[in-house]
Design a protein around this ligand. Structure first.
Ligand SMILES: [Zn+2]
Ligand SMILES: [Zn+2]
Length: 321
């Protein structure tokens, strides 16, 4: 049996679980992203009868806070490996490692002091800004109380690297990572293959490039972003720069963009279609559903698809195959 459970979806935290229970190498459970605090992840898992201690691995799509907020605590508590691409891991380590930042004036003063002392001056501080977080990430409400100050905040039980375009196995599940256009170090979507079924996940992407469309072919379940309503975003509360970022080709998919994919490209193969990463500030679940339903109604063959919306504040009941 293959089971897919969404624990949370949206800019306040993303996390889901894919389970294969009768693969040739026994049962396998993968947590995809850990965007909620460890405590909240465990609470939501209990609500849908998922036992955290049976998870085999954590797989990370990208380093934005709404996908990794609870990662270090959860991974350390469970003692399980974390799978990243190397650039995503590096970006995450930079993000969680406290940095000593100095102003230009402080650097100039230090430069003059070292020059006077005859020692080689330090290079200029890295002018690159940190990667932009998702617009409204929230801090982890449940800090790691077991963590003492001497623990390296980037310490994980084990780290494995994967590369987009190169499928790999975790237990009985084959993971096929693919590149998505988003403003992170090396963002990925995934197709999970288990027991002859294909589950495709693509959220946090500015548009649907041909490689993503190709990956989502012949999927039995598709979780696809339907982030914002264009008018609500335009008239909504976000500052202009954040609106531009969300709308850009490395931002998030609008209801219209998702509907266009469903109408023009989607092959209609999936039993389950899940609209995900729905913005609470710039979208309404009814608008996201309506846009997708309109697109599906235009092709009678797609009416058998079951359409669900991934919630932010509670788990979606598990989908079983
Ligand atoms: Zn996100
Ligand atoms: Zn993101």
């Amino acid at each position: 049996m293959v089971r897919f459970t969404i624990l949370a979806s949206g800019s306040k935290g993303n996390s889901s679980i894919v389970t294969s229970e009768s693969g040739s190498s026994g049962s396998t459970r993968i947590l995809i992203d850990a965007g909620l605090s460890c405590r909240e992840l465990f609470r939501r898992m209990a609500q849908v009868n998922e036992d955290p201690s049976t998870l085999d691995a954590i797989l990370i799509t990208h380093e934005h806070a709404d996908h990794v907020n609870g990662l270090p605590v959860t991974a350390r508590k469970l003692g399980i490996p974390v799978y990243f691409t190397e650039p995503t891991h590096r970006a995450w380590v930079r993000q969680v490692t406290p940095q000593h930042k100095i102003t230009y004036a402080q650097w100039a003063q230090e430069y003059a002091r070292q020059k006077q002392a005859g020692s080689f001056p330090n290079p200029l501080p890295d002018p690159e800004p940190d990667p932009a977080p998702d617009p409204d990430p929230v801090p982890d409400p449940s800090p790691d109380l077991t963590q003492d100050a001497t623990i390296d905040p980037a310490r994980l039980p084990a780290v494995h690297y994967f590369q987009p375009g190169q499928p790999f196995h975790i237990g009985s599940i084959t993971v096929s990572p693919f590149t998505i256009p988003h403003d992170a170090a090396d963002p990925c979507g995934f197709v999970f293959t288990a027991e002859g079924l294909r589950l495709g996940l693509a959220t946090d992407l500015g548009y649907m490039p041909p490689n993503v469309q190709a990956q989502l072919r012949r999927c039995d379940l598709i979780m696809l972003e339907s982030n914002h309503d264009l008018e609500m975003l335009r008239d909504g509360p976000y500052p202009w720069a954040v609106k531009q970022r969300v709308l850009s080709r490395v931002g998030h998919l609008s209801n219209d963009a998702t509907a266009q994919y469903l109408e023009q490209t989607y092959d209609g193969h999936a039993t389950w279609l899940i609209l995900a990463h729905i913005s609470e500030s710039n979208n309404h679940p009814d608008l996201a559903r309506l846009a997708a339903e309109r697109a599906l109604v235009s092709k009678p063959s797609l009416l058998a698809n079951r359409l669900l919306l991934a919630p932010q504040h509670e788990p979606l009941p598990p989908i079983c195959f």
